[in-house]
Design a protein around this ligand. Structure first.
Ligand code: HEM
Length: 502
């Protein structure tokens, strides 16, 4: 190829100049418009200074972003602003009265953020942005998560717990160091796989080779990036983003197949068992004989349960166990063990669903864990008009971050905010904590977590079984590192030595 050919090819592959100049003009106008809109904002709050081009983005995307939120809340007050680029800001709302108002009145979720989750969960409850559709869906789904239905799922947890006990007993015999955080993740996947997909995925048996586990590991970290940077999901240039889209398709088609089977069985077998939340939802019919949920609505929601439910529950159990393993919390562990021992009265059985609610001290431990290490960050809302609450005016069209981690560690609300102390929750019912809007690990108001009772039952059962049967000792020099990811999670697991207690 001679030089002339090379020049011709180079020119052919270049953009025509008129196209280039039009693109540049559009981009310039876009930025000028954003800058103009940003400079028109009149309501401002104090906040950390960031770099001129990407504001506080570095801190917001850091693994320890949660620590920055705590620091900023203590430094700049209960309402502050941070910037995710030079002209894009978000406002942190940590004032309990304002949180109460925004959540109880159920102001809309911020579509810019929640649209990013739609790749996975479509118009499922979590990412549903139309208030009328949300209300309809919420009231149709809620009965399946009633206490009575949650009780019905208990035997599934017991079955998986028996598998886990076998695994742990073997590790004890072999004197192995166990990363108990992995085992907790696997049991929650098994449990939710059954409840949400009506299938056995054998996560505890297969570990890393479990299909559901592999799909979630590929989807979740990328999904959160697509929620923060919407263009990433819309234009999947990166291989990881394309892989995420492919794996979402796989996950949804597994779910679709389960629904088809359940509905065929329901039509053909009059005695078809409907105990699991999966079957209850898939086969519920309205008075006109039609299924209440379309196939797509079911898939959107089943996938939501799997993702919204698995990760935070597993992290919360790991954080609670970590606190109970620490030498400074020895007395707390002893009290919790006495409570379970008394309930089981010397028996080595697994706790039944009715007894779970009697573990009042264990409940205080779980609530305190969710205060100090709440894995579900909170909720993000947006106003259509400026709003004044408690003398504070919040601007319209700005993302309002109602994050529990900094509020749960606010020294204006909690006397020793950084110390693990279950006594914070003595004589406090789940619903009427100290002050509304100051404790909300499951969010607050009508859009609070749908799976709250299920998650509480799972946490109580797994923790109670663990502390009743085993002694756990943290690996030498282990220090828990919390990471801000899809949820707040333990980034270095929880390595423990286990011995039998009964
Ligand atoms: C410890 C465990 C859990 C924690 C800390 C937690 C926390 C939360 C939080 C903070 C929200 C609000 C999210 C937002 O507004 O952006 C939420 C919503 C939700 N959670 Fe959970 N969750 C847990 C377990 C579960 C489980 C087990 C399920 C279901 C199986 C579940 C299903 C949902 C659903 C469907 C929503 C959306 C509710 C709506 O918008 O109406 N969660 N959760």
């Amino acid at each position: 190829m001679d030089t002339t050919d090379r020049v011709t090819i180079a020119l052919d592959t270049q953009l025509p100049s008129y196209l280039l100049s039009t693109t540049l003009t559009i981009v310039a106008f876009y930025f000028a418009y954003k800058l103009f809109k940003y400079s028109c904002q009149t309501i401002h709050f104090p906040g950390p200074k960031g770099s001129w081009y990407n504001g506080n983005l570095k801190e917001l995307l850091a693994d320890n972003a949660h620590e920055y939120w705590v620091k900023w809340n203590r430094e700049y007050g209960q309402i502050f602003e941070v910037h995710s680029s030079c002209f894009s800001r978000l406002i942190f709302v940590g004032n309990p009265e304002v949180i109460n108002h925004l959540c109880l009145r159920n102001y809309l979720k911020d579509e810019k953020v929640y649209n990013g989750f739609k790749y996975l969960s479509g118009n499922g409850l979590f990412s549903q942005l139309d208030p009328v559709q949300w209300k309809k869906q919420r009231s149709a789904l809620a009965p399946s998560f009633s206490h009575a239905n949650v009780y019905q799922q208990h035997h599934i947890m017991q079955e998986y717990m028996n598998i886990l006990i076998e695994k742990l007993d073997l590790a004890i015999e072999q004197k192995k160091l166990v990363n108990i955080s992995n085992e907790i993740t696997l049991i929650t996947i098994d449990f939710l796989g059954e409840i949400a997909f009506g299938q056995t995925f054998d996560a505890l048996k297969l570990g890393e080779n479990c299909l559901l586990m592999q799909l979630l590991q590929s989807i979740l970290p990328e999904l959160i990036k697509c929620a923060v940077f919407p263009l990433r999901g819309q234009f999947p240039i990166l291989r990881v983003t394309r892989k995420m889209h492919e794996d979402i398709k796989k996950l949804r088609s597994i779910c679709q197949a389960s629904i088809k089977t359940a509905r065929e069985m329901d039509e053909s077998d009059r005695l078809f068992k409907k105990e699991r939340i999966f079957e209850i939802l898939a086969t519920t019919k309205s008075s006109n004989g039609q299924y209440v949920f379309s196939e797509k609505e079911l898939i959107d929601n089943y996938v939501t349960f799997l993702v919204a439910g698995g990760d935070p529950t597993a992290s919360a159990i790991t954080f609670a166990l970590y606190e109970l393993c620490r030498t400074e919390n020895e007395q707390i562990l002893r009290k919790a063990q006495e409570e379970v021992d008394e309930l089981l009265d010397g028996r080595s059985d697994l706790i039944n669903e009715h007894d779970l609610n009697k573990l009042k001290y264990l409940d205080m431990i779980i609530k305190e864990t969710l205060r100090l290490h709440g894995p579900g960050f909170g909720t993000i809302r947006k106003l259509k008009e400026n709003l004044t609450v408690n003398g504070i005016t919040l601007p319209k069209n700005t993302s309002l971050y109602i994050w529990n981690y900094p509020v749960h560690r606010d020294p204006r609300i909690w006397s020793e905010p950084d110390i693990f102390n279950p006594e914070n929750f003595r004589n406090v019912d789940a619903g009427e904590v100290k002050m509304n809007g100051s404790y909300f690990p499951f969010s607050h108001g009508p859009r609070k977590c749908l799976g709250l009772s299920l998650a509480m039952a799972e946490m109580r059962f797994i923790l109670a079984t663990f502390i009743h049967r085993y002694h756990f000792r943290l690996a030498d020099n282990f220090k828990m590192i919390e990471k801000s990811s899809f949820t707040l999670c333990p980034s270095n697991g929880l390595p423990v030595y286990i011995t039998k207690r009964i």
